[in-house]
Ligand binder design. Structure first.
Ligand code: ATP
Ligand code: MG
Ligand code: FE
Length: 336
């Protein structure tokens, strides 16, 4: 059975074709980064309009690359939660229309669970039960994942997501948007010990995160208290040291909390997803930590870390159980 997966939760318009044995036949992602760059972040209304423009061509491309026609589809899957409501609505509406027109089942899947499932896809074998870390521009949370479909929240961020902190620090340092890759490149030139930035909650057992204090610490270290008149620092050692010290703090917290989650749950597998898991030093820290803890680490290749529609293959698990969505499936901005 061929499935079409649709993703429009944030600023990527994506479609993928996969089969009920979890073979991904195509995965097409149209990123809107250029549209949002001059605003320094994702503008919801612009995202919705771009999804409207891009979705049908992206679906056509996914079908063409898979070498099938729309009538070959046996199921339509869509990320319907969580995300920007206007953005999600575009994908959900298209998925409902397609399923109705083709007379095939509709399956709604959780985008965050999809990020964990991307590890299952990349591994090509079962990874459950595991601890899941989803770390992106909109999410930073740890889950106990007994199966692909059962995510029990162990703890999340109290304020900013880690990716959001990367993006905001990039703005403070004048490195552009999206911030993650730019901060990583800049950090490679700097000294991670130049500034001792806060590692919030790392000394407690609670599996929670907070990145807004870290972001503010970078802002003050860069400009002093007089931030109103501040201009970005420009290239040089100061900027590189700030980037490196910020990244070191973020990586310490993320890897440290994963270690605590593994110990507290007694699980021996860690699955990591979301755009921030593209970060090289984070991957290295998680690899070292898991080796020390005797745990197995699953991080997918970059194309499966950032938002994509292949990870909607989680729908296959629901489809096998006959868990189809009603024809009035709604977009749900909050995690359900
Ligand atoms: P959502 O949170 O809803 O999944 P999103 O668009 O924010 O949506 P992704 O596309 O998964 O999520 O990830 C984008 C985020 O990942 C951005 O915040 C970006 O700065 C961050 N990111 C990307 N590459 C890197 C990197 N190399 N290092 C650190 N952060 C990165
Ligand atoms: Mg994105
Ligand atoms: Fe995402």
């Amino acid at each position: 059975t061929y499935f079409l997966g649709i993703e429009t939760s944030c600023d990527e318009t994506a479609a993928a074709v996969f089969t009920d044995d979890l073979a991904v036949r195509s995965s097409v992602v149209a990123s809107q980064t250029d549209l949002h760059a001059r605003f320094g972040g994702v503008v919801p209304e612009i995202a919705s309009r771009a999804h409207l423009r891009n979705l049908l061509p992206v679906i056509d491309e996914a079908l063409a690359r898979a070498g099938i026609g729309v009538t070959d589809l046996g199921c339509v899957a869509v990320h319907h939660t969580p995300g920007l409501v206007g953005a999600l609505l575009v994908g959900v509406t298209a998925a409902k229309a397609l399923s109705l027109a083709l007379g095939v089942p509709l399956v709604g899947v959780n985008h965050v669970a999809g990020h964990v499932f991307a590890c299952r896809l990349a591994a090509g074998r079962d990874i459950f039960p595991c601890v899941g870390l989803v770390v992106s521009g909109g999410h930073t949370a740890l889950f106990r994942c007994d199966t692909a479909l059962s995510l029990e929240l162990l703890g999340g961020t109290r304020d900013d997501a880690a990716g959001e902190a990367f993006d905001k620090v990039a703005a403070v340092l004048g490195l552009g948007f999206p911030g993650g890759p730019a901060v990583e490149r800049e950090a490679a030139l700097g000294n991670p010990k130049a500034h001792r930035f806060p590692r919030t909650f790392l000394d407690t057992d609670r599996l929670e995160f907070s990145f807004s204090g870290l972001k503010t610490a970078v802002l003050y270290a860069c400009h002093g208290q007089d931030v109103a008149k501040a201009t970005p620092p420009g290239p040089g050692q100061k900027r590189a040291d700030l980037a490196a010290s910020f990244q070191a703090a973020a990586v310490d917290v993320l890897a440290g909390k994963c270690k605590q989650a593994l110990r507290q749950t007694g699980l021996k597998r860690l699955a990591v997803g979301g755009g921030v898991s593209a970060n090289g030093p984070l991957r290295a820290a998680l690899t070292a930590m898991c080796a020390k803890e005797g745990a197995e680490l699953f991080i997918p290749p970059l194309s499966l870390c950032t938002d994509n529609a292949a990870m909607a293959a989680l729908a296959v698990e629901k489809w096998k159980r006959g868990e189809f969505a009603p024809p009035d499936l709604d977009a749900e901005p909050n995690f359900i």
